[in-house]
Design a protein. Sequence first.
Length: 491
Amino acid sequence: MIHTEDDPQGLLRICGLMGAAALRVFLRLSPPRAWRILAAALAGLVLAATPLRAAAASSVVVPLRFLPKESLDHLAPKSPTIQAIPFRTLPVTDSRGGDPEFLGEYRGKGEPVPVTSTGSLAGIATEALSKCLAAWGAANPGSADLTLSGEILSLDVVEADRYSAKATFRFRLVRRDGSILWDGRAAGSGDNHGRSMKPDNYNETISDALVKAYSALVNDAGFLDALQGRQQPALAASNGSAAEPGPATSPAVDPATAKAELLKLKDGGLDEDFLREFAGSMVLSRPLSASEVLDWRAAGLTDLVVKAVVAGRRAGPAPSVAVFPPTQKDSRLPAASREAQPTSASTSSPVPDLGDGFLDLKWGAAPPGGMWKVRETDQLDAYRRSPSITSLGGVKVIETEWTFWKQRFCEVFIAVDAKAQDELIRSLSETWGPADTAPPAKSLASWTRHFSPSGSTVAELWRVRDQVHVLIFEPESAEEMRRTLSVKSGR
């Protein structure tokens, strides 16, 4: 028997058993106290439910599954290289830092709620990579000479009016001997809609972001070239050993790769905020030159994205690989490159003369053998060569690039540590003579030398953060290049 006066919940159970008409009769016949009991019961029910709703909204937990909505066939690689050249894959690692279970936020009404996971994001990413490559026909034997490794750099999952996810990876293609053939990034995004706070909707969105990132990888021109052996491996110190991978927390990329990756993301429809965040996370192997900044703007990257790259971190000095000019052919290069490698005699001076070119390459010459392209935009191409320059005037060189405008040599870029600024200027002055009396504004020094009545070579030193950049160029071609790029960038 239920005592309604002492048991408000009992009264509610009675009301639940009674039809609407019977309830009206009951209330009409009940004493006034029944009204108070009923009101108290309803209030208690509301108060009891409130903490349950709050607890339900304190976090969203997603048991991770690979559950893509996107068709894998639709995102298959456009090149047959993936099917033709075997490579094996290592398990994907998670380099995000912080709580490995954190995925993102639910941004409904009120304060944002964290979205966390059960299970391993790296495990799901590994499963997704394996299934994607299998669906795309990749040859993936365990005995392959090439190995692909991947790490998760970032994952940003948000539920607001829709579900969205953005994932960024770093990948490396390495030969069995440890030499790095390719080091780059790939990113993908997922978008979804459906009932709020549903694990399947989160899993579909995250899975689509992973699939699109892997699709970007297998369609990346640099990755495909490396698979086919079209890129030079990263060389280590002069003892000939293979370069060891750098720390995962600071992957350095050259400006050409950084630009290509940003344009790939832009063409893929990723928004400005994501591009800026991605750009700010990059670690450049060296600061951007003025020509590169103009080139990036001409390619369609906004000032804010370029500023994010400029303001980002920069990697430390890269190891030198050999002394230039060479005394013998570099046995680490492919046979074709060794045959084409210049064999000019070593100069007795630690600083080359400012003649009608730089070292063995004359102004206006085409790119010789032994060089490989690292940047290409319209008619501007930048190359590196092996062996590379390791010192200039007794100062250690960090990086060198050879610039060709319309396939004609017009400029060489050399970067050294700014701590050696005074020593470098002193060494250059000993060979080139006194510096110009009116160097360009904000430059450290400049030298102009005429090698013919109508031809000259100019060398300029510029301080850029913790480096000194030496630009040696033929003024007429270099000015035509800069003027053309400025016009294209709207300046």
